[in-house]
Write a protein of this length. Structure first.
Length: 83
C-alpha cells in the first residue's frame, strides 16, 4: 500500500468545486481545507507507485481548478498518541 499526502493550490473561486470533485475520487481517503500556501491537502491510498503516478498526473492534475500539486509519500506509519 502506498499512502501519500498531496498539497494542492486551487485557482481563485474554485475551492468548493475542487473539494467536491476530490470527494468523488475513490483514491482520496481524507480531504482537509487549509489557509496558507496550499488550499487543500488530501490523503490517498493506492496499491503501487504506478497507480499513484496515474492518479496524480492523469486524474488530479487534470481536475479543473487545480493549479499546483506537491505530493509526499509516507515513509513509515504515523505516530498516534492516545490510541
Amino acid at each position: 500500500m502506498v499512502t501519500s499526502y498531496t498539497m494542492i493550490r486551487v485557482l481563485p473561486a474554485k475551492d468548493e468545486e475542487v473539494y467536491n470533485t476530490l470527494k468523488s475520487f475513490p483514491e482520496v481517503k481524507e480531504i482537509i481545507q487549509t489557509y496558507g500556501e496550499y488550499d487543500i491537502i488530501i490523503k490517498t491510498e493506492l496499491s503501487t507507485l504506478e497507480e499513484l503516478d496515474h492518479f496524480v498526473f492523469n486524474k488530479l492534475r487534470a481536475t479543473d481548478g487545480v493549479a499546483v500539486t506537491t505530493t509526499l509519500i509516507e515513509a513509515r506509519p504515523k505516530f498516534k498518541r492516545g490510541g
